[in-house]
Design a protein around this ligand. Structure first.
Ligand code: NIG
Ligand code: FE
Length: 411
């Protein structure tokens, strides 16, 4: 079954040759074809070009007059699998408590862990699937999901099994990350080493045996996991073939960038607080810096210094961080708009950051992130809009008409 999309006002992020990522000045280049057509066969892109050259006869024709097509968003950092919500902490913060104070009072990650430990795997699946479906309708066509709200062997496995089930039941590419090192459970507060041993000796072998994760993460932060702890965890993960993707520099710069780079992390994420030394440490590495502007927005913390990072000729990816505490939103449209408005990125840069660079941060550059022959037929058809710059500009509007994932229309 072939489908041709014709009269596309502009086909965005067209890459004839598959690229892995774009860095520095390259991020300003967003190749496109005006008055274009696109052909898909089953779940794959097979042809595209300008309308004047079209000679393809397909089983089905869809007219896209006035509409723009771009690859679906690649959200490389989420915690979509969680139990319940934390609106009370939201209100507490409005009334003046800080994120840190709430966490110190037993709220925060431990609050979510308690809720998750108490519900069944089926209930967790139902809650999480709803969020996954929501982000798909908002244009996300590839997603990474972390564990880290279990914090016991059984509950971490429960989370990862839910991610596996989502993978089996939905056509959207999903990548799983083990984040047992998200917070120290209360009972380990005075014996942190014992929790790290639990992660390394009990959680990791079981996860690997069941093939539940491809990546390993740690919350490397003051009051959470130290650089040494992170080193131990990434070293152990590597023995099992897990690739690091690490939470660093959200509140403080303590050496998380350097330890992650040493372990050849695929990505380092958050980066709200970056010193010049941190930026220098990323040069000549294959590690993707990932900014999470919705988290900065929601918590009122600094935004990742995108101009400095891109100015250092580095790449940058954008992701949501969808989670119940710091970012209860999985809306990538809001992420790209906020990156323009608050981080001074251009529309070209944010689209590159949220497509091809996001794909790289999940090891998916060869399958998604651009309009390229042989890649997955994952794309957004916008409503009738004047230009692609209208997407971040019109920040509160829903400009998506249809979303295709693996060649099928998302309802
Ligand atoms: O990425 N920073 C660490 N973890 C999550 C938030 C955790 C929570 O508050 O539930 C994040 O922002
Ligand atoms: Fe996160």
């Amino acid at each position: 079954m072939t489908t041709i999309f014709i009269n596309i006002k502009e086909l965005i992020q067209v890459r004839d040759i598959s690229i892995k990522k774009v860095s520095g000045k390259e991020m300003s280049d967003l190749p496109s074809i005006k008055d274009a057509f696109l052909v898909i066969k089953k779940d794959v892109i097979i042809e595209f070009g300008t309308m004047k050259d079209v000679s393809f006869s397909a089983d089905k024709t869809i007219d896209c007059s006035g509409k723009i097509i771009l690859p679906t968003w690649c959200d490389s950092h989420t915690h979509i699998v969680y139990a319940g919500n934390r609106e009370q902490e939201f209100v507490d913060r409005i009334k003046g408590l800080t994120y840190e104070e709430i966490a110190n009072n037993g709220g925060g990650i431990l609050n979510s862990a308690k809720k998750l430990q108490e519900i069944s795997e089926d209930e967790l699946y139902t809650q999480s699937a709803k969020r996954l479906e929501e982000v798909m309708t908002m244009g996300t066509g590839a997603v990474e999901i972390k564990s880290g709200y279990g914090l016991t062997v059984e509950a971490e496995l429960k989370m990862l099994r839910v991610i596996k089930k989502l993978k089996e039941n939905y056509s959207i590419p999903i990548k799983a990350t083990f984040l047992g090192a998200h917070a120290f459970p209360q009972e380990y507060k005075n014996n942190k080493e014992a929790y790290i041993n639990l992660i390394i000796e009990e959680m990791l072998p079981r996860i690997v045996k069941e093939n539940l994760a491809e990546f390993i993460d740690a919350f490397c932060e003051t009051g959470y996991f130290s650089v040494d702890d992170t080193d131990k965890i990434l070293t152990a993960g590597k023995k099992y073939g897990l690739i690091p993707k690490v939470h660093v520099n959200q509140f403080t710069s303590i050496g998380g960038v350097q330890i992650s780079v040493k372990h050849k992390a695929l990505s380092i994420d958050h980066l709200e607080i970056m010193t010049d030394k941190d930026i220098d440490s990323l040069k000549n590495t294959e590690t993707m810096p990932v900014a999470l502007p919705s988290c900065s927005y929601f918590l009122g913390i600094p935004y990742t210094p995108a101009r400095k990072i891109i100015g250092a000729n580095l790449p940058l990816a954008l992701a949501t961080d969808f989670n119940p505490g710091s970012t209860p939103s999985g809306n990538m449209n809001f992420v790209v708009a906020t990156a323009c408005i608050k981080m001074k990125m251009t529309p070209e840069e944010v689209i590159n950051a949220a497509t091809i660079n996001g794909a790289y941060a999940m090891n998916l550059s060869d399958k998604v992130g651009s309009i390229t022959k042989g890649k997955k037929a994952n794309f957004i058809i916008t409503k009738e809009i004047p230009s692609y710059g209208f997407i971040p500009y019109s920040f509160g509007s829903n400009l998506i008409d249809e979303v295709y994932i693996s060649g099928e229309k998302v309802n």
